[in-house]
Design a protein around this ligand. Structure first.
Ligand code: NAP
Ligand code: MG
Length: 497
């Protein structure tokens, strides 16, 4: 991801008070009174407890969001809403050290990443969409007859938003900022593993002056709180990011309730293609970032590496040497470059794939097992792993592992690698490393994926759309494209006759 250099200042004491639900501008306990633990993945210890919201709380949150949609939020002028969204961005940056610490404690990502990437980028997304508030408008249409016809672009209404744990604050920003810019009100359900930064964001949203009920936050579990939101009869749109299998449940819930408009950002198994004519150092850097950034817990991770056979030995030697320098450890240590997996469940899932890869006949040339750190700390650490000499039909190459595990396959020529690269159910991202500009464009056009990176990986900008082809979902987040998700068009006819 694009980063801007930020100087570290000593982190303030993280706010780890017991979490409540944000409903109608008030912090409240769940109706049931139930709570659950927020864990530190680097130690397995409890950080604090969170309110376990469910259907009853979702009902209240949707009521509050509906009242705000018809009331205070609609009454504000565009420039007032714009100023508030910009202010949220400001407040995120003013509190960046503290939020980064919360994020690293809760998710396990290295503080250098949360402080330099996640938090500044979340602020940027709010600022980018603040700019859109005053620029969303309809058109006049030259119709046949004595009529004046124009269109209005109106908000969807109450929007439900369900997000995963890999970029907790950033995913909340990707969801909330465009929805609010279009005039909607929101009920957000963060992931059960990583709710703390969303709650802090809720405080900042109130501080920025957004009226009560415009943003509501329900912490809790997917099958209860998440399911209630996606099945709710008074939610107009549901935006979801997470696993493809959960995405299906969201679609079903929409189909069985009020046909609320779904948009889905799902999983991936993205092909990263390295041609022999590529600048090898650039390709190593991109491949490394593509699979090991954020402990490999990235939807667009370049988890299937295709190396041209004749460059295989040179490239793999450099890549393994680079990956061997990963410094795994305490996420709050600025020197740490890889933290633990987000949860015990996730660690065990990754370990099971390491075992499977061996059984399938792929060769681990780096890592390949549990990390010693896991025993020492009680944290969910796994070894960063590179499998070599795999084939595209192995489960290792077909299933999303969502961890620091790279699967390497070789290829002969463009036709061969395009065929293998596209031979997947997913289509979120892809990448190509080559010094031949014709080859780069040819392959970028042939790959069926929502994002293609050429001689780079994981570059993002709030202005550039992101989303999936095939079973990686539909709808585009970020950029002007995202406004399509959160607005609907009304055609108005005026009789001039
Ligand atoms: P997940 O298990 O699908 O969970 C995502 C969210 O859905 C969580 O808030 C979860 O609640 C909730 N949920 C679970 N079951 C639900 C149900 N029946 N109804 C409604 N909501 C439900 O995904 P994850 O494990 O958190 O995240 C990893 C996945 O996200 C990967 O597949 C990754 O590729 C994908 N991802 C995609 C993108 C993208 O932009 N395409 C970005 C990031 C991640 P709980 O917290 O209680 O489980
Ligand atoms: Mg999950």
């Amino acid at each position: 991801m694009a980063t801007s250099a930020v100087k570290f200042s000593p982190p303030k004491l993280a706010q780890l008070k017991p979490g409540k639900l944000l409903i109608g501008g008030k912090w409240v306990d769940a109706k049931s009174g139930k709570r659950f633990d927020a864990l530190n993945p680097a130690t397995g210890q409890t950080l604090t407890t969170l309110a376990e919201g469910d259907k009853a709380d979702v009902d209240l949150a949707v009521k509050a969001a509906r009242a705000a949609f018809e009331g205070a939020w609609a009454k504000l002028l565009p420039r007032e809403r714009q100023a508030m969204l910009w202010k949220v961005g400001d407040l995120i940056l003013e509190n960046a050290d503290e939020i980064a610490e919360i994020e690293s404690l809760d998710n396990g990502k290295p503080i250098r990443e949360s402080r330099n990437v996640d938090i500044p980028m979340a602020a940027e997304v709010f600022r980018y969409y603040a700019g859109w508030v005053t620029k969303i408008h309809g058109e006049t249409v030259p119709v046949n007859g004595p009529f004046f016809n124009y269109t209005l672009r109106e908000p969807m209404g109450v929007v439900g938003q369900i997000i995963p744990w890999n970029f907790p604050l950033l995913m909340a920003a990707w969801k909330l900022a465009p929805a609010l810019a279009c005039g909607n009100t929101c009920v957000l359900k963060p992931a059960e593993q990583t709710s703390l930064s969303a709650l802090r964001l809720g405080e900042l949203i109130l501080e920025a002056g957004l009226p009560e009920g415009v943003v509501n936050i329900i912490t809790g579990f997917g099958p209860t709180a998440g399911a209630a939101l996606s099945a709710h009869m008074d939610v107009d749109k549901i935006a979801f990011t997470g696993e493809t299998s959960t995405g299906r449940l969201i679609l079903e819930a929409s189909a069985k309730s009020n046909l609320k408009r779904p948009s889905l950002e799902l999983g991936g198994k993205s092909p990263n293609i390295v041609f022999a004519d590529a600048d090898m150092d650039t390709a190593v850097r991109g491949t490394f970032t593509g699979i090991f950034f954020n402990q490999g817990q990235v939807c667009c991770a370049g988890s299937r590496l295709f190396v041209e056979e004749k460059a295989h030995d040179v490239f793999m030697e450099k890549l393994v040497a680079r990956a061997a320098k990963i410094k795994q450890g305490d996420p709050l240590d600025p020197g740490t470059t890889m933290g633990p997996q987000v949860s015990k469940e996730q660690m065990e899932k990754v370990l099971s794939y390491l075992e499977l890869g061996r059984q399938e006949g792929a060769q681990p040339v780096l890592g390949g097992g549990p990390s010693k750190l896991a025993e020492e700390t009680g944290g969910y650490f796994v070894e960063p792993t590179i499998f070599d000499r795999a084939t595209n039909d192995m489960r290792l190459a077909r299933e999303e592992i969502f961890g620091p595990v790279l699967t390497t396959i070789t290829f002969r020529d463009i036709e061969d690698v395009v065929r293998q690269g596209n031979d997947t159910l997913y289509g979120l991202a892809a990448g190509v490393f080559t010094s031949d500009v014709r080859k780069a464009h040819r392959v970028a056009a042939a790959l069926r994926a929502g994002t293609v990176w050429v001689n780079t990986w994981n570059v993002f900008d709030p202005a550039s759309p992101f989303g999936g082809y095939k079973m990686s979902g539909f709808g585009r987040e970020l950029g002007a494209h995202c406004l399509e998700l959160y607005t609907q068009t009304k055609s108005v006819w005026v009789n001039l006759g």
